[in-house]
Design a protein around this ligand. Structure first.
Ligand code: SAM
Length: 224
């Protein structure tokens, strides 16, 4: 029997009234990349100071990097930071001793900020709603932080992440907890397990923007 489409509930996740975040969240699901890019082009210069301010208290990057370290990824690993934005994850990776890190993102303005951090070997413009232009099994590890959220990138990207990571490699991705089940991320991750492509190591719900009371699932997968 054909399944009836369910109507999407409007995003109610607290944005602390931030105009760019509110506009992005309103897009819902997987946003139109052109619209998303135009919002980030305007936001890039003030993104770090806005998101790290107490009203959000964004901790996604340090949570993801701490998780990667605990999961035992070797410091010599070649890592892809997908949706790297201004490079907050790269900075935490560098502090933790990871130096071979590439970053990809949709927004040239965000990538320009990431370049200033000096934390990345290579930075490129990539739309994660399409195939990632990287060969199979190119990386030992992959991070994706803050990009699996309302109006950004949908769950199908998880299979692309798995494709570009080597067997035994690790993937750490944050998924806003409000959309983990409702937008199909949990189902997509379980499907990858059924296909024997990954083992899910953990799906802890952790503080993400604690200043706004927002949590995210930290998805940790080992590729098979
Ligand atoms: C909230 S920011 C997170 C950036 C960074 N990872 C961090 O934790 O600060 C989300 C990032 O996702 C990127 N993004 C949104 N849609 C994308 C897409 N379709 N392809 C690639 N990147 C995308 C945006 O340009 C933005 O830099």
């Amino acid at each position: 029997m054909a399944r009836l489409a369910t109507s999407r509930r409007p995003a109610t996740t607290n944005t602390s009234g931030h105009p760019a975040l509110t506009a992005l969240y309103k897009l819902g699901g997987q946003g139109d990349p052109k619209t998303v890019e135009s919002i980030y082009e305007q936001w890039a210069a003030s993104y770090d100071s806005d998101i790290l301010a107490d009203t959000h208290g964004y901790v996604g990057p340090q949570t993801a990097v701490r998780t990667l370290v605990r999961a035992g990824l070797a410091r010599s690993s070649h890592i892809l930071d997908a949706g790297c934005g201004t490079g907050l994850v790269g900075v935490h990776l560098a502090r933790a001793g990871y130096t071979a890190v590439d970053g990809i993102d949709l927004s040239p303005a965000m990538l320009k900020e990431a370049m200033k951090t000096g934390a990345y070997e290579a930075l490129s413009i990539v739309d994660l709603t399409r195939a990632i232009p990287v060969p199979d099994a190119a990386y030992d590890g992959l991070t994706c932080v803050g990009t699996l959220t309302h109006g950004h990138v949908g769950p199908r990207v998880l299979s692309e992440f798995v494709r570009v990571v080597k067997p035994n490699g690790l993937i750490v991705a944050t998924v806003l907890d409000d959309i983990w089940e409702d937008d199909g991320f949990e189902t997509e991750a379980q499907q990858l397990v059924k296909e024997h492509k990954v083992e899910i190591l953990s799906t802890d719900v952790e503080p993400y923007r604690p200043g706004a009371g927002v949590n995210a699932v930290t998805l940790v997968m080992r590729c098979c």
